[in-house]
Design a protein. Structure first.
Length: 326
């Protein structure tokens, strides 16, 4: 009965309640690397709440933020191996596994939320396929604010980046360090406040959101609003865990995921303005990059686009062609 209603889209929370014990309760563990106040985690928590409500408690999702269970680079593997049923990661962390995972951190390819959405639509089939081959089912994505540069000195050109202890968190940010003669230091989000406080890092390209999360104004002074790229987190589930669910519960999960993606893009736009205001209110100098700095960064971006396309091969060409036609 439930399965047939799922196919016609007529399942409701009330109907879950009516079937009662027909659906056994299941709990998923879902780790995230970000603090509870971050909007990505808030969106995750709303997703979990929506699933709970839609299934009348048949599926509960326990969100574990702030890298409390697994460090950011380890979350995806934990879900693949069944140590957690679902997870959230910055997808570009795994570009070394498959170049398609790094498409959204190619500098200056997509620099607005509208462009970011189009790039996601162009790249989603390839990302979904790559995750599927690794035993994972894609649920949804949420964008971060555009990326800018934090330092404790003025920047007039890319030459001023030379020698900075530059936070790297994926292939792209490490490559930028190489091209501008900075010193890459691998630091994930949960470790950033300590790295800033101890001087391990004195320059980085990241979002205003991460700047606020880490109270970056306590260590650095300038934020250059370069809008270099808009990275995304993705939420996925172990395929076997998903397929073990009753079809009605599966539909509740995918419906809640679709709502979370729509909500997430809206939150990205809304929170970006709020984060920028918070940086200013705490004494950060928030400035637009000079023409010389923009020109130098554009040259870096062109080189990284070329690098990415060469690595990504036919999949990369298909994504770029689809994106440029949108």
């Amino acid at each position: 009965m439930i399965s047939s209603l799922v196919r016609t889209g007529l399942v409701t929370a009330a109907m879950f309640a009516a079937t009662g014990s027909a659906l056994a309760q299941t709990t998923w563990i879902l780790p995230s690397a970000y603090p509870p106040a971050n909007y990505h985690v808030q969106n995750l928590s709303q997703f979990a709440s929506d699933v709970d409500a839609a299934t009348n408690g048949a599926l509960k999702i326990a969100v574990h933020p702030n890298a409390s269970l697994f460090k950011a680079p380890d979350i995806k593997r934990a879900v693949q191996t069944g140590q957690a049923q679902a997870g959230e990661v910055l997808i570009s962390l795994h570009e070394n596994e498959n170049p398609v995972f790094g498409i959204d951190v190619v500098p200056f390819l997509a620099t607005s939320f509208d462009q970011s959405k189009k790039l996601w639509e162009a790249s989603k089939p390839a990302i979904e396929k790559a995750l599927d081959e690794q035993g994972l089912k894609l649920l949804y994505t949420t964008p971060w604010p555009p990326q800018g540069i934090f330092t404790k000195k003025e920047l007039n050109s890319v030459a001023d980046l030379a020698g900075l202890k530059w936070r790297a968190y994926n292939v792209g940010t490490a490559r930028i360090a190489e091209l501008v003669n900075a010193q890459p230091v691998t630091i994930q989000a949960a470790e950033l406040p300590q790295a800033l406080a101890t001087g391990v890092v004195d320059g980085l390209m990241t979002s205003s959101a991460t700047g606020v999360d880490s109270k970056i104004w306590e260590s650095l002074t300038h934020y250059y609003d370069t809008q270099a790229w808009i990275p995304k987190n993705v939420v996925f589930v172990n395929k076997e865990a998903f397929e073990a669910l009753d079809p009605a519960v599966q539909k509740a999960v995918t419906d809640a995921a679709a709502a979370a993606e729509t909500r997430g893009f809206g939150l990205g736009v809304e929170k970006t303005a709020a984060y920028m205001d918070t940086l200013k209110q705490n004494g950060m100098q928030v400035v637009a990059p000079s023409e010389e700095l923009k020109t130098g960064l554009a040259e870096v971006g062109a080189k990284l686009t070329e690098d990415w396309a060469a690595k990504a091969g036919d999949d990369g060409k298909a994504i770029l062609d689809a994106y440029r036609k949108m």
